[in-house]
Design a protein around this ligand. Structure first.
Ligand code: PMM
Length: 320
């Protein structure tokens, strides 16, 4: 992968010629923006399929909330939440990622058809995680993490957030490589909102090129996060609720795609699917390499893996 781009190719996953869209299915009663909505297995599978129909390239399934102060779910409960949803989506041809900090959940999700392990602790929460993933040869997301989010954000002090996050991620990547995960199967993620204040998240977004300099594809997960609430509220106002931050999320998706991110992780897929395709079209106009994506423009095509209609047709003729 080029040192300038965080896109690259992740071995073991399909290749997209633009920033990929990872849709989120939280099978939890308490995630901060959508807790409880997809808690039932059937509803969660249907939601994942809907996200694919709206343009998601992968679906990230998680059974444990990582919001500040959340109590950990026990292992059996996490397995009960996650594995049937992973199996249901994978059996429909969806590229599934499993969002977990537990090796046992990762292993069972991979056995049920997941293609990628997304561990917000980058392998720190469970010492069995890296060997378990290395054994299967699955790709692995290494997120910047300074520990569980407890009150007061005591771990979120930085003199130079970009340099420190790059440095700490570099150390984690080395540990992951030493643990036997192949370099072309590692994705890095700055962990927006994890032990970070709004100013830290914004600085990291302003310097995605420095994170790409780690030499691995980059995942950016800004969706509905607190820093977007702060930006939208302005200096005095109250932040809008999480579910009113989707337009702001799509704006970050366009910026991340333009910076060469490999993927963006979002709750509301449709606007981000458009944003990454516009970013790709602009890139094509600059480089002379037109997009080959079957979804670009106003497609009538089917999703490449599920065979479902990718997007609806516009109801009325365009004006200009
Ligand atoms: N954030 C959340 C959950 N999983 N995974 C990665 N790789 N990066 C993130 O920043 C991240 C994540 C928390 O958000 P949610 O509760 O809305 O899913």
């Amino acid at each position: 992968m080029s040192k300038q781009s965080g896109r690259g190719r992740v071995a073991g996953l399909p290749e997209w010629d633009r920033c990929a869209v990872m849709g989120v299915v939280n099978v939890t009663p308490d995630s901060f923006s959508d807790g409880g909505r997809w808690f039932d297995t059937t509803a969660a599978i249907k939601h994942g399929l809907d996200l694919v129909a709206q343009g998601a390239d992968l679906v990230d399934v998680g059974g444990e909330s990582t919001r500040p102060g959340a109590t950990r779910v026990d292992e059996d409960e996490e397995l009960r939440r996650v594995v049937p949803v992973v199996r249901g989506l994978a059996s429909e041809g969806v590229v599934v990622s499993v969002d977990t900090m537990r090796a046992s959940v990762a292993a069972q999700a991979l056995a049920a058809g997941a293609a990628l392990v997304n561990d917000v602790s980058g392998g720190l929460a469970d010492p069995a995680m890296i060997p378990a993933v290395a054994d299967t040869g699955a790709p692995f997301v290494v997120m910047h993490w300074r520990g569980f989010l407890e009150g007061g954000n005591v771990k979120g002090r930085y003199a130079d957030v970009v340099a420190e996050v790059v440095d700490e991620l570099h150390t984690r990547v080395r540990a992951v490589l030493d643990g036997g995960i192949a370099p072309d199967r590692i994705v890095v993620d700055p962990g927006l909102g994890f032990s970070k204040e709004a100013e830290h998240d914004l600085a990291l977004l302003a310097h995605l090129d420095r994170l790409s300099g780690l030499g691995h594809p980059l995942l950016v997960a800004a969706s509905r996060k607190r820093f977007l609430g702060r930006v939208l509220a302005g200096p005095e106002g109250a932040p809008p609720p999480a579910r009113e931050r989707d337009a702001a999320t799509a704006a970050v998706s366009a910026l991340a795609a333009q910076s060469g991110a490999w993927a963006v992780r979002v709750h509301e897929v449709r606007a981000t699917a458009d944003a990454v395709r516009v970013a790709r079209a602009v890139e094509g106009a600059r480089t002379g390499a037109p997009a080959t994506d079957a979804h670009s423009g106003r497609p009538t095509t089917e999703h490449p893996t599920t065979g479902r209609p990718a997007r609806e047709q516009p109801a009325a003729p365009e004006r200009t």
